[in-house]
Design a protein around this ligand. Structure first.
Ligand code: GLA
Length: 391
C-alpha cells in the first residue's frame, strides 16, 4: 500500500470509529482530520470489548501511527489482540495470534498477546524465600508456578490512561496487585506503557514498586507469525538471538543452574538461521522443551538489539531491543490445533513464536542469576522495543 493511500485509510478508520478519542495531539476533530493531508499525531481510540464473566467492563484501545501501523490493546491482561506490520510491498497485515472476543480469551489462551506478571516464566515448586521467610505461590504448571500463577496479570483487568509522548500519546496500563495475591508478598503497583512510534516500533515500558520485599519479572507474550497467514508454521522464519549461552532446563522446564554455550548446539542463533533448521535434531534440551522453549543469556548489557526475526516470503522484519538479561524464545510447541482462529479453523502446531524479554526463569531460587528481588523504595524499570520494517 502506498503511503498517501495508507494515510487516507488511517484517517478514514479513525474517523469511522466514531468513538471517544482518548487523545489526539493536534486536537483536530476526526471528521476535519479527514481533509488534512498528513496527520501528525498518534490517535488512540477506545471501544468496548465486552464484560468479563465476573462483570468487569473491558475496553479496547486502538493505537495507530502515521505509517498505518495499528496495535489493538484490551484492558483484560493488557493483551495485544491485533498488530499490523508492512510487507515489502507496503501492505499491512496482522502478525499476531489472538482471538476476536473476550469470552475466548477468558476460556482458554496460551497467553496470546498478554502482559505477564508478577513473575514471567517458572518458579520451581512455586516456592521461594526472602529474608528467611518462605512463600508458597499457587502452582499451575505441573509442580511449578508459570507466568504469575492461576490468575496472573494476563487475567486481570488493567486501568487505562493516556501518557503524553512526543508524537501524540501512549497507552498506560496500571494494575495494583494486593499483598498476598497469588501468594506473593507486597502490594505491587505495576504500570506498562505501550508507545507506538512513527517508525513502526512499539516501545513497551514497565515499572513497578512494592511496599514489602518481593520478586517481579514482567514480560509481553505476543505470538508472532510474520507471514500474516496463521495457517502456516513459523519454521521458515529466520531468527537471530545475540547470545553465546542459553539456560538448560529439567523435564519440568526449570533451569538446572548451568549457562551452556550455544556453540555446536541447535541453540546457536548468533547467525541467522530458520527456526526449523535444527528443531528436529536429536537433542536432550529440544526433547525437554518439545522444541525451543528456553531462555537465552543475552550478550551485552543496557538497552541493545538482541534478536531479529525475518520472513523472506513477505519481507517482514522484526527487531527486538531490550535492557533485560534474557529472552525466552518459545515457538508454539503447545499449539495443537484445538484453539479457534478468528474467521474459522484452529491454531496448529508452531504457527506462532514468542520472544519474551525477561530475567532468567526461577531466579528467586538461583543465587547465581541476576536478582529479581524488589524492595520498598526501589523502582523496577525495564523497556523492550519491537520494531517492524520490510526488505
Ligand atoms: C511460555 C512458556 C511455555 C509455554 C508458553 C505458553 O513461553 O515458557 O512453556 O507455557 O509460555 O504455552
Amino acid at each position: 500500500m502506498n503511503k498517501p493511500f495508507s494515510h487516507l485509510l488511517t484517517i478514514a478508520l479513525v474517523a469511522a470509529t466514531s468513538i471517544f478519542m482518548v487523545n489526539c495531539k493536534n486536537e483536530t476533530p476526526p471528521t476535519e482530520a479527514a481533509e488534512t493531508p498528513a496527520p501528525a499525531a498518534i490517535a488512540i481510540a477506545k471501544t468496548s470489548f465486552g464484560t468479563t464473566a465476573d462483570g468487569q467492563a473491558v475496553d479496547k484501545f486502538t493505537l495507530k501511527n502515521k505509517q498505518g501501523m495499528q496495535v489493538d490493546v484490551i484492558t483484560y491482561g493488557g493483551i495485544i489482540t491485533t498488530w499490523t506490520a508492512p510487507d515489502k510491498a507496503g501492505n499491512y497485515a496482522n502478525v499476531v495470534l489472538g482471538y476476536d472476543n473476550l469470552a475466548q480469551y477468558e476460556k482458554a489462551t496460551p497467553y496470546f498477546g498478554a502482559l505477564i506478571g508478577r513473575y514471567g516464566n517458572r518458579i520451581a515448586k512455586g516456592k521461594f524465600t526472602l529474608d528467611g521467610q518462605t512463600y508458597q505461590l499457587e502452582t499451575n504448571d505441573g509442580p511449578n508456578t508459570l507466568h504469575g500463577g492461576v490468575k496472573g496479570f494476563d487475567k486481570v483487568v488493567w486501568t487505562a490512561s493516556e501518557q503524553p509522548v512526543d508524537n501524540g500519546s501512549a497507552l498506560k496500563l496500571t494494575y495494583v496487585s494486593k499483598d498476598g495475591e497469588g501468594g506473593y508478598p507486597g502490594t505491587l503497583t505495576s504500570t506498562v506503557v505501550y508507545h507506538l512510534t512513527d517508525d513502526n516500533a512499539l516501545e513497551v515500558s514497565y515499572e513497578a514498586t512494592t511496599d514489602k520485599k518481593t520478586v517481579v519479572n514482567l514480560t509481553q507474550h505476543s505470538y508472532f507469525n510474520l507471514s500474516g497467514d496463521f495457517t502456516k508454521p513459523i519454521l521458515d522464519h529466520e531468527l537471530t538471538i545475540d547470545a553465546d549461552k542459553f539456560i538448560p532446563v529439567d523435564v519440568t522446564l526449570i533451569p538446572t543452574g548451568e549457562l551452556k554455550p550455544v556453540e555446536k548446539t541447535p541453540f546457536d542463533f548468533r547467525q541467522a538461521k530458520t527456526i526449523g533448521k535444527d528443531i528436529e535434531q536429536k537433542d536432550d534440551q529440544l526433547t525437554k522443551g518439545k522444541g525451543y522453549d528456553h531462555c537465552w543469556v543475552l550478550n551485552g548489557q543496557g538497552f541493545r538489539k538482541v534478536s531479529t526475526a525475518y520472513h523472506a516470503g513477505t519481507g517482514r522484519l522484526l527487531e527486538v531491543s531490550t535492557d533485560e538479561p534474557g529472552i525466552q524464545f518459545y515457538c508454539g510447541n503447545f499449539l495443537d490445533g484445538t484453539l479457534p482462529m478468528p474467521g474459522g479453523g484452529t491454531y496448529a502446531h508452531r504457527t506462532g513464536f514468542c520472544l519474551e524479554t525477561q530475567h532468567y526463569p526461577d531466579s528467586p531460587n538461583q543465587s547465581s542469576f541476576p536478582t529479581t528481588t524488589l524492595a520498598p523504595g526501589e523502582k523496577y524499570e525495564t523497556k523492550t522495543t519491537f520494531k517492524f520494517s520490510a526488505k
